[in-house]
Ligand binder design. Structure first.
Ligand SMILES: [Fe+2]
Ligand SMILES: [Fe+2]
Length: 193
């Protein structure tokens, strides 16, 4: 699918601000994909669709979760977590996108998970560091993104969990699995340096 076709599909489902965020995520993902040797075209497409389901009604998202193979425990957590998995389902059902890299990158862009592929990590990181974002500690993550994808994703997962805990929010297990997995891989790498 061409970039402009994807943008035209997504635009009616997003607010103006969310569309601008999406374009910035796509530009960031393109930069990261070329730096880390992943497909630039696929990264751009995954980024354009990553928030596709963000503004579906809660009823519709809950129905997709109940009536598909998506894990039912999503329903026990904040609905902010639903749009990734539901988006990954909808891009296939509504637009025939079956590419597993793209689908998984969209699915896990909010929580991460254990054993993320490099491609998934690029979308996860791009969503966090796109130039419109303002989070505490973001400069450090942006600088790390230039040098070390794993280290940068570790910081994203650590900052996200910290942020959620400060708000007394519940945390989906995949977020912890991502954090633990990045953490172990970094220690393993350091042991051999
Ligand atoms: Fe999102
Ligand atoms: Fe996003």
């Amino acid at each position: 699918m061409e970039k402009n076709e994807a943008i035209n599909i997504v635009r009616p489902y997003l607010t103006k601000a969310r569309m601008e965020h999406t374009i910035r995520v796509a530009e960031t993902a393109v930069g990261l994909a070329s730096k880390y040797g992943e497909s630039v075209e696929k990264a751009e497409l995954a980024a354009i669709f990553h928030d596709y389901a963000k503004y579906r009604s809660l009823d519709e998202m809950a129905r997709w979760i109940r009536e598909s193979t998506l894990p039912k425990d999503l329903l026990d957590y904040h609905h902010e977590l639903w749009h990734g998995p539901v988006g990954s389902l909808l891009i296939e059902r509504e637009h025939g996108i079956t590419d597993t890299d793209i689908k998984n990158a969209i699915y896990y862009h909010t929580t991460g998970r254990a054993n993320m592929s490099q491609f998934e990590m690029i979308i996860y990181l791009a969503d966090y560091i796109e130039p419109g974002r303002k989070f505490p500690g973001l400069d450090e993550v942006r600088q790390m993104a230039e040098r070390d994808l794993l280290q940068a994703c570790f910081l994203v997962s650590k900052n996200t969990i910290n942020y959620l805990m400060k708000k007394n929010a519940t945390i989906y297990p995949d977020s912890f699995h991502a954090y633990n997995d990045f953490n172990r891989k970094l220690r393993f790498n350091q042991a051999f340096q």
